[in-house]
Design a protein around this ligand. Sequence first.
Ligand SMILES: Cc1cc2nc3c(=O)[nH]c(=O)nc-3n(C[C@H](O)[C@H](O)[C@H](O)COP(=O)(O)OP(=O)(O)OC[C@H]3O[C@@H](n4cnc5c(N)ncnc54)[C@H](O)[C@@H]3O)c2cc1C
Length: 311
Amino acid sequence: MNENSTSLYDVAIIGAGIAGMTAALYLLRNHQKVLLLENAGYGGQILEAPIVENYPGFAKVSGPELSEQIYQQLKSLGLSLTYDKIKHLEKTTTHFTLTGDQTYTAKSVILATGTTPRRLNLINESELIGHGISYCATCDGAFYQNQTVAVVGGGNSALLAASYLSHIAQKVFLIHRRNQFTAEKALVSQIKNSANIEILYNQEILACHANEDNHLDSLILKNQQVLPVSSLFVEIGRLSSLTEIFQNSNLRSLLLFDQSGFIITDDSCATNLAGLFAAGDCRSKNFRQLVTASSDGAIAANSAIEFLSQI
Ligand SMILES: Cc1cc2nc3c(=O)[nH]c(=O)nc-3n(C[C@H](O)[C@H](O)[C@H](O)COP(=O)(O)OP(=O)(O)OC[C@H]3O[C@@H](n4cnc5c(N)ncnc54)[C@H](O)[C@@H]3O)c2cc1C
């Protein structure tokens, strides 16, 4: 048993993405006893982004570089990251118990577990992320100026992505496995009237082909059509990363989740359970970006500080 698992922390943060790291920054500067838990690599999703161009203060920075800078800032404040995947969370009358490989206790908890994009589950999908395959048109669309790109999906986010990309790319293929979209009607009409969007109904992607530089160069569709594209934006939904933590937890029935499994909070990032906060992409919200994750992290930290001052 290590020191982390025997201490009672003021705040335990689950997830060292941008939201979790920002929360840690604010808490450490407030001299709180912080436990930052991470399952994979600090930085979270943004580690998958070769270039970020919309984080204030950085004209161009890679996701890993940005993550490293924030992490170094935390280290300079004395933080040591704990690698563990939290699988279970409970609350007693006095504290929270977090269980991963070790068990941890804390007076309050910030959930900052992010989201996982739903994937197509194609054979080389993972290795082409950042090399043509993207799950975020707002983030990566600008890299495909005047090129031919594809979007797969049929809901609002897919159509919004297609619309966004139609102003950047020369041509956008919108691939949908059904013959009707589930997106809002106004958006559907807008897409149908767009000169450079070609809709491919009743189609599915069977495979992605990469060139010798290991960059996506074409898609093979169900009807064996080969579609030459520089990029594929997968917009078939996002999965909440909170499912496992609450699967067998007594807290599950007390907390509020939206239809997609994202946790509902108020404007102060507080859930409906005292002492439990949520920040970043794991929250139920409309706009999932670095700056909104960062903002949530600061707000959740501030709310946790207020909570701690009252117990
Ligand atoms: C390829 C790509 C490019 C992007 N580009 C941009 C961009 O240019 N600009 C922009 O603003 N946004 C961009 N985004 C979106 C942005 O990355 C996210 O909105 C933001 O990073 C969310 O941060 P987060 O901290 O809420 O979640 P995440 O980044 O998802 O971090 C959550 C962390 O929690 C950890 N975790 C999850 N469950 C557990 C658990 N049970 N126990 C312990 N740890 C756990 C995960 O390993 C992860 O590190 C991009 C996203 C992707 C995928």
